[in-house]
Write a protein that binds this ligand. Sequence first.
Ligand code: NAP
Length: 384
Amino acid sequence: MLAAALLHCFSMFPGHADREGTEAYRARFPRLRDAGHFRRAGHVPGVDQLWLSSIGVGTYLGEPDEAADQDYTKAIITALRSGLNVLDTAINYRHQRSERTIGAALKQLIDRGQLQRNQILVSTKAGYLAFDENLPPDPRAYILEEYVEPGILDPSQIAGGMHAMTPAYLEDQIGRSCRNLGLATIDVFYLHNPETQLSEVSRDLFRRRLSEAFATLERQVQAGKLCYYGLATWNAFRLSPGSRDLLQLDEIAGLAEEVGGAQHHLRFVQLPFNLAMPEAYGFPNQGSERRQSLLAAASALGIAVIGSATLYQGRLTHGLPSFVRERLGLTSDADNAIQFSRSAPGLTTALVGMGHEEHVVANLRVAHAPPTPVGRWQELFQAS
Ligand SMILES: NC(=O)c1ccc[n+]([C@@H]2O[C@H](COP(=O)([O-])OP(=O)(O)OC[C@H]3O[C@@H](n4cnc5c(N)ncnc54)[C@H](OP(=O)(O)O)[C@@H]3O)[C@@H](O)[C@H]2O)c1
């Protein structure tokens, strides 16, 4: 038993993204560096030391099967070899297979001496109950056996039959993610779409749950399991004032400060940002008088913003209006859609799902183009 546990520890890569590693990684790609592809989240304590690629690899879509595992592993290896050093996943993506493919890709490159652990930023998420490799024949029985009977989750803590963020559950999920990824430390750990709980629990209970989760995550940072944590959301920061599921980032950061002090580690938020969902920049729904966009609020609070669903899950790869191409200047619709997101002022990294190597190669074309200057980019909000 002890031997197995020790073996597990030794098979995990120690370390995390740091200044030295990300600087060395950036130096390997002078053309990308000179094109402004790598950036630092200058307003975020600690994160301001890291050089992060403007395009990151997402791992959400795809079938939970062997063929997709192999395609993803190949795509991730090519991405890491070519200048993309931000990887995003979640424990429930493809029933843990996406985390495991990241683990397999990292192992290949690090074992061959082609990559070092401190050169890359890996984020994952927990919240949705995750299965193992495949949807089990009886999902309820699986959850009971895997989580309820061992005392990890009390059924009363599961919202909507599928979401939880209690301390014991988060600790359990972080352990599983570390093993899947083969990493002793996760760079960024997100609570996954926590706003889904608001359809079931009161605001007060939701706040209490967040606060307990943040206290747990601060302890996980102290234990060396995480570097930073945050919220990965779908609706929470894009809704109109008055909407049930709208969250205020200043209140969220306030909860983190209550449990972690001024030096708390809630330093990342993730939300969709693309041509069809530009609210993070264009919609002032944050702050006491609802006059600030999410990007502006995050900048003031020292929080990095990561954009997800850059291609609106593939829908923006065709049929864009001509003024978009005129303003952004790249050739294909996919290129212009990625260029839009990665050029947003204040956005650190635009995540693009890339389960196939050919898409990594295509999207690297965009990485070689300088981001669109802010003035020209802002014209898109006036154009019609
Ligand atoms: N709430 C959340 O936490 C949340 C929600 C959504 C997304 N995310 C994160 O954000 C990442 C990106 O979002 P997403 O994957 O949902 O959607 P996306 O990035 O908008 O689109 C991904 C889709 O576009 C395809 N694609 C990529 N490059 C292409 C190109 N050059 N030409 C044509 N098609 C291309 C991909 O195909 P292949 O896969 O076949 O290469 C995939 O089907 C996710 O993977 C996930 O990591 C987080």
